[in-house]
Ligand binder design. Structure first.
Ligand code: COA
Ligand code: AMP
Length: 628
């Protein structure tokens, strides 16, 4: 008999329209679609092109209509403010409808963009859903980004309104968001007319008259509004992410395909049932937060947890176990870094034994490559399935996973299991030829991508083609390298291009190089991602100073570190700079970043035949001694 996974996978490939049409029954449509896939304009595809729906209705209102008004939709657990707050589906819907009313009063209409720059507070979730309710397009910017990064997103998204808060709280430090927002608006060319600011008791921000509105005060008089029907293909959100080069890319998510795919994933990938408690310990500023803190659990009628804390330090390495016990969490989703941090603080897992974790059925990891040792530690200590699955901001949900809701496969530590139904994955060589099992190459996805995946970039079809579709005709380039083994398991080994992954956060080394190069005393530079036991990778700057700059090198290093923190943000975790006499290059002048990375990681490397100066490699080896 054919396995459940294989049955699903085959059908998703052979009859994709029938497959996703069935999955779409899990969503309430305002107007039913008559066509499943519009493929008339390749390489652009549209799922459910003539369907109409509202994502917020599907995430909130329909559960109330179906008798679940009192079920808990959202639990806010904040060790940094010592708060636990529960919101039923009705409470969350009412707050959302009210906030939509406030947005509408401020002129926000279907298709308008709204930037959300907020910490992990319930109002951030309400803000996202309120935009969806109006058919407005939200763009959440992670709080760890600087004013400059926020400004570049403001310029690209052109928001009518910005939603923010007075501050965030990082363990025990108050991060003042409002001054960062003010300076971002000063830098940006586009000036939003209105900012709605949530004043938190930890810090009261000064409001600018005529532009800033107090969130709580204005909400008191706002009138609740109903859901606005939108086309399935209308945008739900933009999420900026680091690309292979240059400025952040505005990944665009539609309403219909997104709702169908995420709703489908909750059962088939995560094996959840409506009413279960799903906890994604991420941040709403990342795609994992969009999909699995906010949209998927609510679409499926689960209880979701919004956790304003860290895996360690709030207060210690038992933080996750306390949350699981308190809220009877059924599935946890986090980044491997979080588990490495817990393991580093409590290697024997002694704290785990102090909590009742009997509700927890499975642990899902994603965001970066997970080292087998961390998975094995989690398996041993928690005694539940630990599933490493692979995806990207662009796809919005897993490309490969052990789909335990369909059928659980044996785990191969280090592999992210098999392609999820809907994804047609191949590994290609430089010429575009498919590689045999076990051979490393570029991982690509055959077009069309399944529902839920970004089918273009915000107002920039050409940039989408250039970034993802131009390498191999008919394929989406994931920019990840890896292989498929003889059993069909996918092994995602490394990232191509200039993107690195720091604590599950995707960052561009190219942007960091731009910041370093702007220093008046820097002649040239390179930034590489070096191995780090906790965060997976950390950026390191290799810098050549202008000739004649002999003194004050320590203060230049400090200035460079400060510039990256200022221009990109603390999330870059840029703390290492090495000054060299010159950079290793090929004779044609290409900087040998991958060779330097191998030296820094202590890996063996071949001396490139085209290198112009071999001695520099010894100099780098010496300079890196004791640095990594
Ligand atoms: N607002 C403002 N600043 C933020 C921030 C936010 N939302 N999030 C992080 N920062 C700051 C931190 O305070 C830190 O600043 P510092 O250099 O002044 O200390 C810096 O950005 C780096 O933060 P972080 O990556 O969180 O590192 P950390 O050393 O504070 O904590 C871990 C280490 C492992 C605990 C943390 O990285 C973690 O929880 N990782 C899980 C990763 C994750 O959830 N990824 C989501 C993708 S699935
Ligand atoms: P982001 O878009 O920020 O979620 O980052 C996506 C990138 O993170 C992918 O392209 C991979 O390089 C990496 N990644 C995410 N999940 C995994 C995983 N499970 N294993 C290996 N790499 C991963």
């Amino acid at each position: 008999m054919m396995s459940e996974y294989l049955k699903n996978y085959k059908r998703s490939q052979e009859e994709p329209e029938a497959y996703w049409s069935d999955a779409a029954k899990g969503i309430d449509w305002e107007e039913a679609f008559t066509k499943v896939l519009d493929d008339k304009n390749p390489p652009f595809y549209k799922w459910f092109p003539d369907g109409k729906l509202n994502t917020c209705f599907n995430a909130l209102d329909r559960h109330i209509e179906n008798g679940h008004a009192q079920q808990i939709a959202l639990i806010y657990d904040s060790p940094v403010t010592n708060t636990i707050k529960r919101y039923s589906y009705k409470e969350l819907r009412d707050l959302t409808a009210n906030f939509s009313g406030l947005l509408r009063e401020q002129g926000v209409r279907k298709g308008d963009t709204v930037i959300i720059y907020m910490p992990m507070v319930p109002e951030a979730v309400i803000a996202m859903l309120a935009c969806a309710r109006l058919g407005a397009v939200h763009s959440v910017v992670f709080g760890g980004f600087s004013s400059n990064e926020l400004a570049s997103r403001i310029n690209d998204a052109q928001p009518k309104v910005i939603l923010s808060a007075s501050c965030g709280i990082e363990v025990n430090r108050i991060i003042k968001y409002k001054p960062l927002l003010d300076s971002a608006i000063t830098i940006a060319n586009h000036k939003p007319k209105i900012c709605i600011i949530l004043q938190r008791p930890q810090y009261e921000a000064a409001l600018i008259e005529g532009r800033d509105i107090d969130w709580q005060v204005a909400s008191k008089t706002a009138k609740a509004v109903n859901c606005v029907s939108v086309n399935a293909t209308d945008p739900l959100y933009i999420l900026y992410t680091s690309g292979t080069t240059g400025k952040p890319k505005g990944v665009l998510r539609d309403n219909g395909g997104h709702a169908v795919a995420l709703n489908w994933s909750m059962k088939n990938i995560y094996n959840m049932n409506p009413g279960d408690v799903f906890w994604s310990a991420s941040d709403v500023g990342w795609v994992v937060g969009h999909s699995y803190i906010v949209y998927a659990p609510l679409l499926y009628g689960c209880t979701t947890i919004l956790y304003e804390g860290k895996p360690v330090g709030t207060p210690d390495a038992s933080a996750f176990w306390r949350v699981i016990e308190t809220h009877k969490v059924n599935a946890l989703f986090t980044a491997p870094t979080a588990f490495r941090a817990i393991k580093g603080n409590d290697p024997d897992g002694d704290l785990i034994k102090e909590y009742d974790l009997s509700s927890l059925q499975s642990l899902f990891l994603a965001g970066e490559r997970c080292d087998p040792a961390t998975i094995q530690w989690a398996e041993k200590k928690l005694n539940i399935p630990v599933i490493d699955h692979w995806w990207q901001t662009e796809t919005g949900w897993a490309i490969t996973a052990n789909c335990i809701g369909l059928e659980k496969f044996p785990v191969k530590h280090g592999s992210t299991s098999k392609p999820v139904p809907g994804y047609n994955l191949e590994v290609l060589d430089e010429k575009g030829e498919q590689l045999p099992a076990g051979e490393m190459g570029k991982i690509v996805l055959k077009l069309p991508l399944p529902p839920g995946c970004s089918q273009t970039l915000w107002k920039n079809d050409q940039a989408y083609i250039d970034a993802y579709l131009s390498v191999y005709d008919g394929y989406y380039m994931t920019w990840d390298a890896g292989y498929i083994d003889e059993d069909g398991y996918v092994w995602v080994m490394s990232r191509l291009g200039d993107v690195i992954n720091v604590a599950g956060h995707r960052l561009s080394t190219g942007s960091m190089e731009e910041v370093l190069a702007a220093h008046p005393k820097v002649a040239e530079c390179a930034v590489i991602g070096v191995y780090d036991q906790l965060k997976g990778q950390l950026p390191m700057g290799l810098v050549v100073l202008n000739s004649g700059v002999e003194t004050g090198q320590d203060s230049i290093i400090k200035e460079l570190i400060e510039s990256v923190r200022h221009d990109i943000g603390p999330v870059a975790a840029f703390k290492k700079v090495i000054i060299l006499k010159r950079l290793p290059k090929t004779r044609s002048g290409k900087i040998l970043r991958s060779t330097m990375k191998k030296i820094a990681d202590g890996e063996t490397y071949n001396i490139p035949a085209t290198i112009d100066d071999v001695e520099i490699l010894c100099e780098i080896t010496n300079a890196l001694k004791g640095q990594t």
